[in-house]
Design a binder for this molecule. Structure first.
Ligand code: ADP
Length: 778
């Protein structure tokens, strides 16, 4: 299934890619065409605006020139009726022109033609008519001169320039001739006005004049002269175009020269690269002019928007995005399906794996002989393997812990006390506590005789953070029976072996006395037999002590530890010469609650080892100290400066028959510390070993302090009865557990009972017992 999905994936990806490509191409095509059409639209707009602006500019030029022409003509007409024109008449007739805002107009002049011979008479005549100080100065050698008589300055600076000979400017002279001949206003070719010729070259503009002839209105019209309007081309054109072009239009005004040339009258430029051009023909007075306009299309309104570019970029971006989206959508479903299938396969594998694990667990649980029970955090059973059902003899589980005691028939090892629910290993494990070797009797309808089980309990993290507990049960009935039988057997054997030894020793001593005269080697043999007998008796005592340490009933009482240590030290050292005496320091020691015989054995063993495990030729140094350990316990330490114990050997030296320095030639059985451990633990204490800083070994063990009315006291002044009662209360249960016969065990065949009861035998120290054990309690 997954493979088929994977096989389809490339084709789906290709289809997704194709769709995305199509969308991209279509999107880009649409965007580009919209962009192109917008650009075309903009270009059209620009053309239209250009046409409009050019039409407006042409109309403005046409209107202005026509106005100038008509103003000049009107002024000429006004003057033509006056036969004796004076300065005042001229001034009055041309006054309206002063306020007519004639753009670019430099001055307006009344000009008369004067023959070379009539110059003086004309000067006199016009001076008489108001042209004060008029001086006619002919500048060309022509028959006829055109002198300015009256001048009205318009946009020019400086004084009126009367008396100028206009014939000096051929363009103007020709115009005057033309207008006189046709009787109509005429406009000149461009030239630099005579009044401007004194200006710096940069300020000199191409200019032109409008000239209107003045003819009297009689039956026989008489020519009087001209009204001439001088115009500066640049000022005129820039004045006219400044408003209509709005800073977007270049302008160039071309006149048509009399010789057919197209001289430039004026030019007006604005910033930008002009790419649009228009040209309009105009009629100015009697001449044809052409106005050429140019503009940068991007500067024209409606053609300079950034919208198309923005649209192109945004549209392209959106097309790419859309194509990407379509690709993701087209391929996303296939990917999602593939992922679901992948997850499903993983899930199935995990499910198969967990089924396999569950099957394996179930097979293990069914096949192991140990009984296993698992409960959840409420104590309800999640699992009970067949061995557990077999062991407990109950088919149905009880899920309420309070019902367990009755349902399964659980008792303390004494067989009578119902097992308290709070001490049950599963309940302790639910509280987070691990416990091992908790013994209990199971006795119910299916197990009427009862079995002794040992239970280990552990907290368990069942699943998803939920807690639970697991317990493993072992049936130790047979083992305990066997151990008991072995103890009885050992006691019998030890006793029966010691009797002949005593006989052998007695006979040897008697023989030794009788053979007083015998050769030395015979008596030496007898002495060696006696020594061997003593060693064997000591070994038997050790073996007895080993079994007794576990099985003999504890006879606890208040024991003066100081006195007991002193006694052991005396036993160990009294027979030594002064030179051989070890250095033994005993601090002040408290009274404790213990079985004095067993405690004596512990002290003797530890002191014996401290004296034994020293380098040959060195004097043993031993320190015995004690301190309070918590409120109710004493911690006793026996420290030496001997050969020490390697770290690797420390964990095992309390095991039976384990010897750390066997090869070094120190005599021993490897049982002494095992016996000590048993005895200390039977008193509820603990024993351990550590290095003695500075060299040697430091053994420690703990023992309960005596009790007075429920209180422990390190001073040793407790009442014996109270101490005894408290300790016995504490240890009674343990002793009962260890010494009780299981219900029904008595029915089993046991070894032939001996008259000697090993459990009741007094423990004998492996040293000569010539000092009676004395304690403050005895
Ligand atoms: P053993 O009969 O060999 O002395 P123990 O059970 O008394 O048996 O001691 C076990 C071993 O622990 C000894 O064989 C010895 O190697 C080591 N041991 C015990 N006490 C001492 C000590 N005080 N210093 C060094 N080693 C010790």
């Amino acid at each position: 299934m997954l493979n088929s999905v994977k096989r389809r994936e490339p084709s789906t990806a290709a289809a997704g890619l194709l769709s995305a490509a199509v969308v991209l191409v279509v999107g880009l095509t649409v965007v580009v065409s919209v962009y192109a059409s917008m650009r075309a639209n903009q270009r059209e707009n620009a053309d239209r605006v250009m046409d409009q602006r050019t039409a407006v500019a042409a109309a403005a030029v046409r209107t202005e020139t026509e106005r100038y022409r008509s103003l000049v003509e009107t002024a000429a007409a006004g003057i033509s009726t006056n036969t004796a024109l004076t300065w005042d008449d001229f001034d009055t007739a041309t006054a309206p022109l002063a306020s007519a805002n004639l753009i670019g107009a430099a001055s307006l002049a009344f000009v008369v033609p004067v023959g070379t011979t009539g110059i003086a008479a004309a000067q006199t005549l016009w001076r008489g008519r108001g042209a004060e100080g008029l001086t006619l100065k002919p500048v060309v050698a022509a028959e006829e001169h055109y002198f300015t008589i009256f001048t009205r300055t318009l946009n020019a600076t400086g004084p009126p320039m009367n008396g100028l000979d206009i014939a000096a400017a051929p363009e103007a002279a020709t115009t005057l001739d033309d207008s006189r001949r046709v009787g109509q206003p005429s406009v000149s070719d461009t030239y630099v006005l005579l009044r401007d010729r004194n200006l710096p070259a940069a300020q000199q503009q191409r200019s032109f004049v409008f000239a209107a002839p003045i003819w009297t209105r009689a039956n026989h019209p008489e020519f009087r002269g001209w009204i001439v309007l001088g115009l500066r081309g640049e000022d005129f054109l820039s004045g006219v175009l400044a408003t209509v072009s709005q800073g977007q239009l270049d302008g160039e005004l071309l006149a048509t020269g009399r010789d057919g040339t197209r001289p430039v009258v004026a030019a007006y430029t604005v910033p930008g690269d002009a790419d649009l051009t228009r040209s309009v023909d105009l009629v100015v007075a009697d001449r044809g002019w052409t106005l050429i306009t140019r503009a940068d299309a991007s500067h024209l309104p409606g053609a300079s928007s950034r919208l198309p570019l923005t649209l192109l970029l945004t549209g392209s971006g959106m097309s790419v995005l859309l194509a990407g989206l379509i690709y993701v959508l087209a391929t996303g479903r296939a990917r999602a399906v593939a992922r679901v299938h992948e997850a499903t396969v993983e899930l199935r594998q995990a499910e198969a794996e967990s089924r396999h694990q569950a099957g394996l667990l179930s097979a293990i649980m069914s096949s192991i002989s140990d009984a296993v029970g698992v409960v959840d955090d409420k104590g309800a059973f999640l699992l009970h393997n067949p061995a557990a059902r077999e062991l407990l003899g109950v088919d149905e589980d009880a899920d309420d812990p309070d019902a367990w005691q009755q349902h399964y028939g659980l008792f303390r090892p004494d067989g009578r006390t119902p097992f308290p629910v709070e001490d049950m290993p599963l309940i302790r494990a639910l509280r987070g506590e691990s416990c091992d070797n908790v013994e209990m009797i199971v006795r119910n309808a299916q197990r009427p005789e009862g079995i002794l089980v040992s239970v280990d309990g552990r907290p368990l993290d069942t699943s998803a953070g939920r807690h639970g507990a697991v317990a493993v049960f072992h049936d130790i009935t047979e083992m305990r029976r066997y151990e008991n039988d072995l103890a009885v057997f050992a006691g019998v054997v030890a006793h029966d072996l010691k009797a002949p030894l005593t006989v052998i020793r007695g006979h040897c001593e008697a023989a030794s006395e009788d053979l007083d005269e015998a050769p030395a080697d015979v008596r030496g043999s007898l002495d060696r037999i006696i020594l061997a007998v003593d060693r064997m008796a000591a070994l038997i005592d050790t073996l007895l002590a080993y079994t007794t340490a576990r099985d003999a009933p504890l006879r606890t009482r208040r024991v003066d530890l100081g006195a007991l240590v002193a006694e052991v030290v005396h036993d160990r050292t009294a027979h030594l010469r002064d030179d051989d005496r070890p250095q033994i320091d005993v601090a002040s020691l408290p009274a404790v609650t213990a079985d004095p015989a067993m405690l004596r054995h512990v002290l003797d063993n530890l002191l014996g080892n401290a004296l034994k495990y020293v380098r040959p030729g060195t004097t043993p140094q031993v320190q015995v100290t004690a301190e309070a350990h918590g409120e109710h316990w004493a911690r006793i330490e026996v420290a030496d400066r001997g050969i020490g114990i390697p770290d690797t050997a420390k964990p095992e030296i309390f095991d039976s028959f384990h010897r750390a320095h066997a090869e070094a030639g120190y005599a021993g059985t490897g049982l002494g510390l095992a016996i000590c451990k048993r005895i200390v633990e039977r008193h509820g204490g603990e024993i351990g070993v550590a290095d003695n800083p500075g060299g040697g070994t430091r053994f420690h063990f703990t023992l309960p302090l005596p009790v007075r009315e429920g209180e422990f006291d390190m001073t040793g002044n407790n009442d014996e009865a109270v101490a005894r009662a408290a300790l016995e209360r504490a240890l009674a249960e343990r002793a009962a557990m260890e010494n009780s016969r299981l219900p029904g065990l008595s029915a089993l065949p046991a070894a032939e009972p001996s008259a000697h009861d090993p459990a009741a035998a007094r423990l004998r120290a492996p040293v000569p017992d010539h000092h009676p054990t004395t304690t403050s309690a005895e």
